[in-house]
Design a binder for this molecule. Sequence first.
Ligand SMILES: NC(=O)c1ccc[n+]([C@@H]2O[C@H](COP(=O)([O-])OP(=O)(O)OC[C@H]3O[C@@H](n4cnc5c(N)ncnc54)[C@H](OP(=O)(O)O)[C@@H]3O)[C@@H](O)[C@H]2O)c1
Length: 288
Amino acid sequence: MSKYSKTIAGCMSWGQWGKKLSTPKMVDLIHFCIENSITTFDHADIYGDYTTEAEFGKALKESHIVRENIQLISKCGIQYIGKSRSNKVKHYNYSKEYIVWSVEESLKNLQTEYLDLLLLHRPSPLMNPKEVSEAIQQLKNEGKIRDFGLSNFTPSQTELIKSKEEVLVNQIEVSLTQFSAMLDDSLQYMQLNKIQPMIWSPLGKYFKEKNDQNTRIKNELENLCKKYGVTESQLLLAWLYKHPVNMIPVIGTTNKDRIIESVKAQSIELELEDWFALLVASQGHKVP
Ligand SMILES: NC(=O)c1ccc[n+]([C@@H]2O[C@H](COP(=O)([O-])OP(=O)(O)OC[C@H]3O[C@@H](n4cnc5c(N)ncnc54)[C@H](OP(=O)(O)O)[C@@H]3O)[C@@H](O)[C@H]2O)c1
C-alpha cells in the first residue's frame, strides 16, 4: 500500500508560475483534491520563484485540514535565478548546509512540521553521496522529513546516492510524447530496486504544442476515445498506467473537471495492441 495517493496534485502552476490562485481558491482546490482522493501534493522550493510553497502553506492553514490526512512532497537543490535570490548563474547545491537550510525554509513556508517526502530536484555533477546522506539523516532524526528520494536521476546517478542513503522515489518525466524511459532501462531499474516512480508532465507536450507527432497521436486517439468512451487526457494517463511498474502521475491541471477525469483514468484498461498503436503513432514508425 503506497503512502501516496494514486494521482498526485502538482502545485507548480497553482501560484505565480501559472494560475495565480488566490488563497480562497487554493483552499477550495485543496479540499476538492482530497474529496476526489488526491491527498498528495507535489511542491518544490523554486515554484513561483520561491513563492508558491508559502501561498499554499497559507491556504493549508486556512483549510483546517488535519496534517496527517495529506502528504506533502518538496524538492531542493536548484539555485534558480529570480527576484528573491542573488545567484549569478543557475546552478545546483547539494551541500549538507544548503539541503538542511532549504528544507527548513520549505517547512516554514508550507507551515508544517515535516515533509512526507523530500526529493533532490535534479542531479548535480558535484553531488557527494556522503554529504547528502548526512543531511538526510539529520533531517530524519529531527523529524523534518519522513522519506527521501530523487528527481530526474538516471539509474547510475541513483546508484551513487543509494550507496549511502535509502532512495524510495524517483520523480521523472514520462508521457506518450516523451517516452524514452519506456525504452531505456530507467523504469526497469526502479522496478528491480523497488523505487517508486512518480511521473511529471504525464500528458507531455500533447496539449502544449502543435507538431507532426501530436497530429499522429491525435488521429490515433480519435478512434480510441470513441472505443473506450473516455477523453484524450484520460487515454494519455491510461497509457502510463499500463506499465507494470505502477507509476504515480503528478498532474498539473487546476481544472476541476480535468482533475476528476484524471482520477477516473486509473480504471481504464488499455488493450495491448492499443498501447502499441499509440507508441507507434508517437514515434512515427513501427517497433522493430
Ligand atoms: N520533478 C521535476 O523536475 C518536475 C518538472 C516539471 C513538473 N513537475 C511536477 O509535475 C507537475 C505536473 O506537470 P505538468 O503541469 O507539466 O503536467 P501535465 O498534467 O502533463 O500538464 C498539465 C497542463 O496540461 C493542460 N491540460 C490538461 N488537460 C488538458 C486538456 N484536456 N486540454 C488542454 N489542456 C490540458 C493543463 O491545463 P489546465 O491547468 O488549464 O487544465 C496544464 O497546463 C507540476 O505541477 C510539478 O508538480 C516536476
